[in-house]
Design a protein around this ligand. Structure first.
Ligand code: C2E
Ligand code: MG
Ligand code: MG
Ligand code: MG
Length: 280
């Protein structure tokens, strides 16, 4: 910026900087239009129990389907949606759509599974997430035990009474809380004891390298033992091979998610390939 350039009071035109700003504005306007034109869709990725090979949960993952048929992943627009506050209406739509879809599957007679929804720290700051969750469950009729909220370690680190209180209220409804990308943030173990999340999701970066890097395997193994000794469930993310799945099983991790089992897919494919008709 101009300030860094020898204290010059005048802004020095930097074409590179201006392109970044233009790109951000372009994406922000795109997001506004996407909301209006209903261009957001949810994909669902199965979480599988290794022992049975059966689905027990799906993670809802946001996609932006542009008019020219492109499918844009959240990494390119989520941070801009957060900074502009647009994450609030988008996040509400994600929660509502995911709960509604899951209730529909139950009404169709499939054996119940849970659905997990990613919620960014900004949503906790800008809205009363406990109230939103309560409203959405009421509106869709989904029983709270079939909803899971994925948060990141960063949210716990904010150490605010308001967030602690909100998470407690969500828990007390019977909704599960999981810590996403566990091991990549800076959460102290004290926060795990304080919040008692139900589930730890081992970040995919550890799983990706654990077969050739003993250090990464040690981290995976430590997270599995930590979760179990604190009475939490543990899920490994980013499982891409049978070898990784087998290793995780040997280490005591029975729940997995990753391309080896299925990439995120549209709801019809979950129905056709994964859901089982309930016997009861
Ligand atoms: P995440 O919650 O950690 O989700 C897992 C990401 O890893 C997804 O990327 C998924 O497609 C990808 N993935 C799954 N299995 C594999 C695998 O075996 N190998 C590899 N390399 N990748 C795998 P995606 O869908 O692009 O989402 C990226 C991130 O965007 C998510 O990370 C989450 O933090 C965020 N996100 C997605 N949907 C939402 C949403 O509705 N709201 C908010 N606030 N954030 C979202
Ligand atoms: Mg997630
Ligand atoms: Mg993750
Ligand atoms: Mg992530």
């Amino acid at each position: 910026s101009a300030k860094n350039k020898g204290g010059n009071r005048f802004h020095i035109y930097d074409p590179k900087e201006s392109n970044v700003i233009e790109e951000r504005l372009r994406i922000e306007n795109g997001i506004r239009q996407a909301i209006e034109k209903r261009q957001f869709v949810l994909y669902y990725q199965p979480k599988v129990h290794l022992a049975s090979g059966k689905i027990y949960s799906v993670e809802a993952l946001l996609r932006w389907q542009t008019t020219d048929g492109q499918l844009i992943h959240p990494d390119t627009f989520i941070s801009i949606a957060e900074e502009s506050g647009l994450i609030v209406p988008i996040g509400k739509w994600v929660l509502l759509t995911a709960c509604h879809q899951n209730k529909r599957w139950q009404d169709m007679g499939y054996a119940p599974i849970s659905v997990s929804v990613n919620v960014s720290p900004k949503q906790f700051q800008l809205t009363d997430m406990a109230e939103t969750v309560h409203q959405v469950l009421h509106e869709t009729g989904l029983s709270p035990e079939w909803l899971e909220i994925e948060i990141t370690e960063g949210l716990l680190m904010q150490n605010s009474n308001e967030i602690t209180n909100t998470l407690r209220r969500i828990r007390s409804m019977g909704v599960k809380i999981s810590i996403d990308d566990f091991g990549t943030g800076y959460s102290s173990l004290r926060y795990l004891k304080l919040f008692e999340p139900h589930i730890l999701k081992i970040d995919q970066s550890f799983v990706a390298h654990m077969m050739e890097d003993p250090g990464q395997l040690s981290i995976v193994s430590a997270i599995i033992h930590l979760a179990h000794s604190l009475g939490m469930e543990v899920v490994a993310e980013g499982v891409e091979s049978a070898e990784q799945a087998l290793k995780l099983l040997q280490e005591g991790c029975h729940s997995v998610q990753g391309f080896f089992f299925s990439p995120p897919v549209v709801f019809e494919e979950i129905q056709q390939k994964w859901l089982q008709t309930s016997i009861s």
